[in-house]
Ligand binder design. Structure first.
Ligand SMILES: Nc1ncnc2c1ncn2[C@@H]1O[C@H](COP(=O)(O)OP(=O)(O)O)[C@@H](O)[C@H]1O
Ligand SMILES: [Mg+2]
Length: 336
């Protein structure tokens, strides 16, 4: 049985993907859900949120399964995926660190894609294309995690295609602005294509001689089921509230049409849309304070500077993230 993998994806940057994976990973662990947070973005922002620069410098320069790239690279050199060396963040919370060197895997993944539809020699391409899933599963099994949350970069490239193939579920963070809506429009068809193309590859594998020679190779189903979107509240950029409202009311229809392939329907508020998992508040200056202390917003204390109205915001952030985590757990059918 494989462990469910949830990817947080939007081809637009700055919509809060990394911040969400970071906070949700902490909250899942508090809810006694053992979780692996996997940083599969070569920008490694999630890793930088968890670890000091000194710690990152060390793991990047020591070989042997310390980062996602160190785990998948041996496959390109006829080796095997080593057991990922996870960073133990707290009880129930582990990080599979990202790596700036991962960007060099992009070409490799592009090159192997056509070969996975050949009539023979499918083993190598399929192993490389499913490498993130293999690494995530070995990592989760090693610590008996129940769920893997994955942070990814903002594009529709070959790395992200392989991450999405590894994902059972997809959560889509969006902002209420033109560029974010465009990201949503582009992402729906990409998900549909990737799912269909992976499914063809699974069929090709099923009927191949290579499969008989390598019965040990398990592959991800490529389900990538969208379980909803998370809408960022305004306040990120200065601007009139009305502009936010205008774009926000278009999100439900664009999501339905581009991601679910349904008719868009009337404009409604994201708050009233069942596909909106939650509206994410803007936590203002608490966010940089939390980043500085390398903690989630909801763990800030008066000693960190969270006093007065900040203390109330910390309290409400804890409630918000707990509710959101429980909703995601419910949508993917895990027990609490
Ligand atoms: N809920 C929030 N409230 C305030 N600032 C936020 C919030 N979520 C993210 N940010 C800030 O917005 C910026 C972009 O967020 P990030 O998580 O890096 O987005 P992405 O991964 O989609 O590029 C970061 O500076 C982050 O600290
Ligand atoms: Mg990010």
């Amino acid at each position: 049985m494989s462990v469910p993998v949830v990817a947080f994806f939007n081809s637009k940057s700055g919509v809060g993907k990394t911040s969400l994976v970071y906070h949700l990973a902490w909250m899942f662990s508090r809810l006694q859900k053992k979780v692996v947070a996997a940083d599969i973005d070569p920008q490694a922002n999630l890793t930088a949120a968890f670890l000091t620069e000194e710690a990152i410098d060390k793991i990047w320069n020591e070989p042997g399964g310390n980062t996602i790239y160190q785990c998948v690279k041996p496959l390109t050199e006829a080796g095997d995926i080593p057991e990922p060396k996870l960073q133990d963040i707290e009880e129930n919370l582990y990080l599979l660190p990202g790596d700036a060197a991962l960007s060099s895997f992009e070409d490799q993944l592009s090159n192997e894609w056509p070969g996975s539809m050949n009539t023979a020699n499918l083993y190598r391409p399929l192993r490389i294309l499913s490498a993130f899933w293999q690494a995530a599963q070995i990592a989760a099994a090693g610590v008996q995690a129940e769920i893997v949350l994955v942070d990814i970069g903002p594009n529709l490239g070959a790395i992200n295609r392989s991450v999405l193939i590894a994902a059972d579920y997809v959560v889509i963070p969006v902002g209420a602005d033109l560029f974010s809506l465009q990201g949503l429009k582009n992402l729906g068809p990409a998900l549909k294509d990737w799912k269909a193309l992976w499914s063809k590859r699974l069929e090709n594998w099923r009927d191949s001689k290579d499969r008989k020679d390598h019965p040990e190779l398990l592959l991800p189903g490529g389900t990538m089921r969208p379980i909803g979107y998370l809408c960022r509240q305004y306040g990120v950029r200065p601007g009139p509230v009305r502009a936010y409202d205008k774009w926000a009311r278009r999100i439900p229809g664009v999501y339905r049409e581009a991601v679910l392939g349904e008719t868009p329907g009337e404009d409604i508020e994201p708050e009233d849309d069942p596909n909106c998992i939650s509206v994410i508040k803007h936590y203002r200056s608490l966010v940089p304070i939390a980043q500085e202390h390398r903690k989630p917003v909801f763990d800030l204390t008066p000693a960190d500077g969270a006093i007065g109205s900040h203390a109330n915001a910390v309290f409400s952030a804890k409630g918000d993230f707990e509710k959101l985590s429980r909703e995601i757990i419910k949508r993917i059918g895990l027990d609490i």
